[in-house]
Design a protein around this ligand. Structure first.
Ligand SMILES: NC(=O)c1ccc[n+]([C@@H]2O[C@H](COP(=O)([O-])OP(=O)(O)OC[C@H]3O[C@@H](n4cnc5c(N)ncnc54)[C@H](O)[C@@H]3O)[C@@H](O)[C@H]2O)c1
Ligand SMILES: O=C(O)C[C@H](O)C(=O)O
Length: 328
């Protein structure tokens, strides 16, 4: 039997938490042979702590063979102690009519505190995924608040956007999602993101040639993927939860267990390539192997793509300027 992996999840009693924890405990994230200890953080408010107790009762009632322990807490230093994986979900979601960046001032402080706690007590190899919005800039804040950890350990979730793009392309081409390779979503998890199928193939056929419709790309595909979160809020009255949890599982599973050469999108600190200033957390294509992600290098950036990539970058630069006062 393998040693248990410690998985910290913040916002554990929230909507995404409720879709996420059971799948982690059943082995869908780290493998069916990998025991886990869940370290669950919620705010120090009785209502949230009570809800968390209820979720834990349900986890117990599943009798998951891989669930080696559950640690509920309202203290980030307990939640992140020796954590191997940290899913930072806990943050306010947006409501109808809001943009994700409207959450910045309210949510940013959470990530200074949690970045510092990760810095002080998490495993030195902790893999951090920020889901709470605005996810890229929150990941940037956490990374900057954790100077003793490797910046490469901090990632933001663009996998939901990647998966949304795959589904739209599958529907448009009439092919299976599983057969699509080399999709990319550049930039910020916001409507400025640039979902890019120029390199995508399906069963070896070029997606761009199959679709052959730039107007559809610009006027239908890009807005549909970019504004999907808002469409779900409009329809459900609440932001996406099951699909967000699913994307978080995909992101960590691929990071830990590898992608077999397949491209996936992760928000990672830039190394300066593709004209993105170093350190900015930006969605790029990566492959993963042996617990390490590697950026796909050397892709051509044409004029349309440059414009889109700079547009989403400029938003990230603005967000970064807006939180400067919170950083060490
Ligand atoms: N990156 C993405 O693709 C993506 C997708 C969906 C949602 N989100 C974001 O994820 C976040 C959570 O969404 P949700 O629907 O689960 O919201 P929710 O309101 O249902 O749950 C959030 C939970 O976090 C808790 N929380 C708040 N501050 C905390 C803190 N400092 N420490 C620990 N817990 C804290 C709250 O008490 C609440 O239980 C939101 O910011 C949402 O916008 C991101
Ligand atoms: O759109 C939101 O605010 C929630 C989430 O980021 C999403 O993309 O569904």
């Amino acid at each position: 039997m393998k040693q248990p992996v410690r998985v910290a999840v913040t916002g554990a009693a929230g909507q995404i938490g409720y879709s996420l924890l059971f799948r982690i405990a059943s082995g869908e994230m780290l493998g069916k042979d990998q025991p886990v200890i869940l370290q669950l953080l919620e705010v120090p408010v009785e209502k949230a702590q009570q809800a968390l107790r209820g979720v834990i009762m349900e986890l117990e009632d599943c009798a998951f063979p891989l669930l080696a322990g559950v640690i509920p807490t309202d203290d980030p230093y307990v939640a992140f102690k020796d954590a191997d994986i940290a899913l930072l979900v806990g943050a306010r979601p947006r409501g109808p009519g809001m943009e994700r960046k409207d959450l910045l001032q309210e949510n940013a402080k959470i990530f200074t505190v949690q970045g510092k706690a990760l810095n002080d007590v998490a495993s030195r190899n902790v893999k951090v995924l920020v889901v709470g919005n605005p996810a890229n800039t929150n990941a940037y804040i956490a990374m900057k608040s954790a100077p003793d950890l490797n910046p490469a350990n901090f990632t933001a979730m663009l996998r939901l956007d990647h998966n949304r793009a795959l589904s739209q392309i599958a529907a448009k081409t009439g092919r299976a999602v599983a057969d699509i390779e080399n999709m990319v979503v550049w930039g910020n998890h916001s409507p400025t993101m640039y979902a890019d199928y120029r390199f995508a193939t399906v069963n070896g056929d070029a997606v761009k040639a199959l679709i052959n419709d730039e107007e559809w790309n610009r006027d239908t595909f890009l807005p549909k993927v970019g504004k999907r979160g808002a469409a779900i809020i409009e329809a459900r009255g609440l932001s996406s939860a099951a699909s967000a949890a699913n994307a978080a599982i995909d992101h960590i599973r691929d990071w830990v267990l590898g992608t077999n050469g397949k491209w996936v999108t992760m928000g990672i600190p830039s190394d300066g390539s593709y004209g993105i200033p170093e350190g900015i957390i930006y969605g790029v294509p990566v492959t993963c192997e042996n617990g390490v992600y590697t950026r796909v290098e050397g892709l051509e950036v044409d004029a349309f793509s440059r414009e889109r990539m700079d547009f989403t970058l400029n938003e990230l630069l603005e967000e970064r300027d807006g939180v400067k006062h919170l950083l060490p």
